[in-house]
Ligand binder design. Sequence first.
Ligand SMILES: *Cc1c(COP(=O)(O)O)cnc(C)c1O
Length: 484
Amino acid sequence: MAEIPATGDLPDELFEQYGHEVLGLIREFFATIDDRPVLATIAPEELRALLAEELPAAPIPFEETLRATREKIIPHLTHWNHPGFHAYFANSAAYPGILAETLAAALNVNAMLWRTAPAASALEEVVLGWLAELVGYPADSDGVFVNGASLATFYALAAARDSVGPWDVRREGLSGRDLPRLRMYCSDQTHNSIDKAAIALGIGLNNLVKISTDDRFAMRPDSLRTAIQADRDAGFVPFAAVSNLGSTSTAGFDPLAEIDGICREYGMWHHIDAAYGGLWRIVPEVRELTGDVGLGDSLVINPHKTLYTPMEATVLYCKRRGLLRETFSVAAEYLATSEQDVPNYMDFSLQLGRSFRSLKVWMIMRTFGVDGLRGRMQEHLRLARDLARQIAGHPDFELLAESPFGLVSFRARPRGMRPGPGLDELNQRLMAQVNASGHSYISHTALPAGYALRVSIGNIRTAERHVAQLWNALVAGLDALNAS
Ligand SMILES: *Cc1c(COP(=O)(O)O)cnc(C)c1O
């Protein structure tokens, strides 16, 4: 067996040997995933004690580290790749994406400049073009891969803030000046990343106006218009509105055309948060139903949520070309290169060093093809519709929201039981029971009707039997609670 030398990396033969072992571990993980608990249950203090160790001064054999990974780490993770993971928005990693991540690490690509990563930059352009075509965003837009939707939205709203008025916030900042109150708008169903953006952009939470929604959890355009007009009359400057395609609680969607019309009328930026819903538009019925995302000045979609891509991979588009660059590009002699007419992706966000995110999406899209991706999504939509039908048809359950995507929002409501704290508590206990089963993991939200359970179906490994197992657990769990 090769020794670990005092200088330099591991010997190649050891790398290959351990590589096979890691692949074996991955294979074994997926072969046994159905039988592993999806939700880790170990207590924090126990887990900390299990993993506490001295700073390793001397080398530790990699075999031992692999064993610790297998025995101490993997069993105490919550498994997002588990086919019974239905919490939040399902998010799973397909094999081609897993292999791409390994390759990207081996090549250690840093896609900050065209020159530092020519093929990665060119491939990023290709994949951005493919995804734009798939979801229906203008092909000649600016785009960039970033780490997550939260930051993508922050970047979009930064460009919005800097393009809206003559105040030159980029140079002069916001403080110590006589500036009007800038305001932005989103529905009361919007993800809290918009709040975070308001905090970090110097807009302030009090200037993020939450617009009420209708019984489908879609923003009311008339309320948006009224709020904007009232703010205008009060001397404020409305500068941006965010619409949802796949809102956070119930995966509803906003009327994009109407909101866009209002944004045009008032000279505002329209950002579309399609982090969850955007890529479901690969399915034609979903695309038809959910409107025209090309209307948005900017759009965010999350391959790491809806395209079976390992964390992290988000795409931000902005059809107002040049504005992301105007917001984030800063000249620095040590980064100057001579290439002309090529994207230097460091110019489109706050990130300088960037991993090779497009490779995993490229490998997934080529391996499955659009037809394969669409087929998988259609099957998950079918499973979600079937579950919704069963819930609607059961006398002790009720649906609480509709979604065109793979999310089902509902609650148990035993015959004759009124909404209120008792019913909320019953559903809380039912969820705890299902999540203690080990085979399924669901999450919840608060709706005007009360405590709601959410089942998100979209994990690449989720099949009919997993949803059946969940439904049986819900029905049996409710029976048990009623009997106790
Ligand atoms: C998941 C999600 C986000 C946040 O995404 P991250 O990539 O985790 O930052 C934002 N908005 C919506 C609608 C989402 O579904």
